[in-house]
Design a protein around this ligand. Sequence first.
Ligand code: NAG
Ligand code: NAG
Ligand code: NAG
Ligand code: NAG
Ligand code: NAG
Ligand code: NAG
Ligand code: NAG
Ligand code: NAG
Ligand code: NAG
Length: 465
Amino acid sequence: MQPLLLLFLLCPPLKHPHAGPAYSISRLLTCLLSSQLPSRPPCDPANSTPSAYDPLDPNGNVSIRWDVMSWTTDGYVASVTINNLQLFRHFMSPGWTLGWTWAKKEIIWSMLGAQATEQGDCSKFKIAIPHSCKRNPSVVDLLPDAPFNQQFTNCCKGGVLASWGQDPTAAVAAFQISVGLSGRSNKTVKLPKNFTLLGPGPGYTCGPAKFVPSSHFLSADGRRKAQALMTWNVTCTYSKFLASKNPSCCVSFSSFYSTKIVPCPACACGCQSNNTCIMSNSTLLQKPGINTPRKDNTPLLQCTKHMCPVRVHWHLKLNYESYWRVKIAITNFNFRRNYSQWTLVVQHPNLNNVTQVFSFNYKSLLPYQAINDTGMFYGMKFFNDYLMEAGPYGNVQSEMLLQKDKSEFTLKQGWGFPRRVYFNGEECMLPPPDQYPFLPNSACLYSFGILKVAASALLILRWIW
Ligand SMILES: *[C@@H]1O[C@H](CO)[C@@H](O)[C@H](O)[C@H]1NC(C)=O
Ligand SMILES: *[C@@H]1O[C@H](CO)[C@@H](O)[C@H](O)[C@H]1NC(C)=O
Ligand SMILES: *[C@@H]1O[C@H](CO)[C@@H](O)[C@H](O)[C@H]1NC(C)=O
Ligand SMILES: *[C@@H]1O[C@H](CO)[C@@H](O)[C@H](O)[C@H]1NC(C)=O
Ligand SMILES: *[C@@H]1O[C@H](CO)[C@@H](O)[C@H](O)[C@H]1NC(C)=O
Ligand SMILES: *[C@@H]1O[C@H](CO)[C@@H](O)[C@H](O)[C@H]1NC(C)=O
Ligand SMILES: *[C@@H]1O[C@H](CO)[C@@H](O)[C@H](O)[C@H]1NC(C)=O
Ligand SMILES: *[C@@H]1O[C@H](CO)[C@@H](O)[C@H](O)[C@H]1NC(C)=O
Ligand SMILES: CC(=O)N[C@H]1CO[C@H](CO)[C@@H](O)[C@@H]1O
């Protein structure tokens, strides 16, 4: 008995529709037995790569490169380039914030294309006043209307960066920094430490800066190659566990063969703001300024059972001879946020045969080169790439036609529903698999019953022990 139970615990068939009843069983068992399991070693935050691993974008990272371009009287001028190499996670407004701790007593004389948020204590300087004297500066992008003489290539997007999968040319940011009191040779320059990246919320962990071979730059005519004096790289990875305790979106299902709509799980997003939410018909919504975003981005949610700012609905719409059709709708329940350049990532085994997507852009993602079951949807420019605040316009939708592989396609056991869904890079909570719409008179209802009995038997045995 013990090995069987352990098997359940060690391989919980989480979030897999085929695993319907087993899911709830394993959760029950986990609860019952957790006190008897050897506890896991605590996570070491300095070594957090495993928790940063995202199965749909296993190599996703943000790479930050410092190229020292010239020496000055007491330091250097570097151009800093941030590359968002994540397939589907972008930096939305109000954008990225990059921080670090200087290794010595460095200061920032000036910057182009970005600015330090605080000047800090520069009282030691009498004649020329530095841009920032903080030991741990935080740097943000400039806004698009920044004066021309403060701009730098790829700067001034208000910190907004597209994801690599959506638009590689818009996934890069850069600024120039003039550093003082660092020494002016590659022996005296010490690498900044403790890099941090906000995007705009928490979630990123940055590794240490490492020297890499100096970057090369081609001149505009392509006939001369210049070289940085020194180059170092920092790699940051995202972890949803650091970002927030609760999901920020949820998924609901429906299908043509069942009248049942499977709603988002209740309190899918934690229900923390359930005493500040407002009803969709509330007269408060007429108040001017109700939609104005707050500095700290606190949401103002429409009251729902799930209390998520975003819901993704997947409707199995039609079943043709050799095709099937799905309708996807994304609804915003936050009165204080417009999502620009939103992305939706879906994992489903039939995404290898997407025939047509009607009013979203679609791009297939191949996290594991051989398995083509993941794809990204995003809005069409000037049409639906902007998901408006909650209310009558706060939704976008599309339909998708998929070609059937007849050996695999089935309406049974929730096969037609996605395995994973991400909105803007955040994983959305799916309904528990045992609530998926079942085919009427389907055999799985019966097997579900059997499994339930088996489960209770297991539980009873466990109790008797
Ligand atoms: C960062 O991402 C890129 C693109 O996916 C990948 O080639 C590279 O190996 C990653 N770097 C690290 C340190 O994971
Ligand atoms: C350093 O970062 C840049 C992107 O900013 C990347 O293209 C390059 O491959 C990285 N180098 C190493 C050695 O990781
Ligand atoms: C510093 O420069 C010298 C030669 O100029 C070179 O040999 C050495 O590798 C450089 N060190 C670093 C850390 O770049
Ligand atoms: C970097 O962060 C670690 C842990 O947060 C801390 O122990 C260390 O002192 C920091 N280093 C510097 C130079 O601030
Ligand atoms: C709000 O959420 C708490 C749990 O966080 C729950 O106990 C309470 O009943 C909820 N209130 C409403 C009105 O839903
Ligand atoms: C809003 O709708 C709810 C039910 O959906 C109703 O009970 C309530 O009276 C309505 N409030 C207003 C101000 O219309
Ligand atoms: C969303 O965008 C519309 C139109 O651009 C604007 O009127 C509205 O104030 C914005 N809402 C928020 C919450 O920023
Ligand atoms: C993956 O699926 C997409 C969508 O059907 C298709 O366009 C693409 O060619 C497939 N790629 C591979 C490598 O099979
Ligand atoms: C029915 C059909 O077209 N199936 C194809 C789905 O896509 C895979 C490769 O992605 C093909 O091998 C199948 O033939």
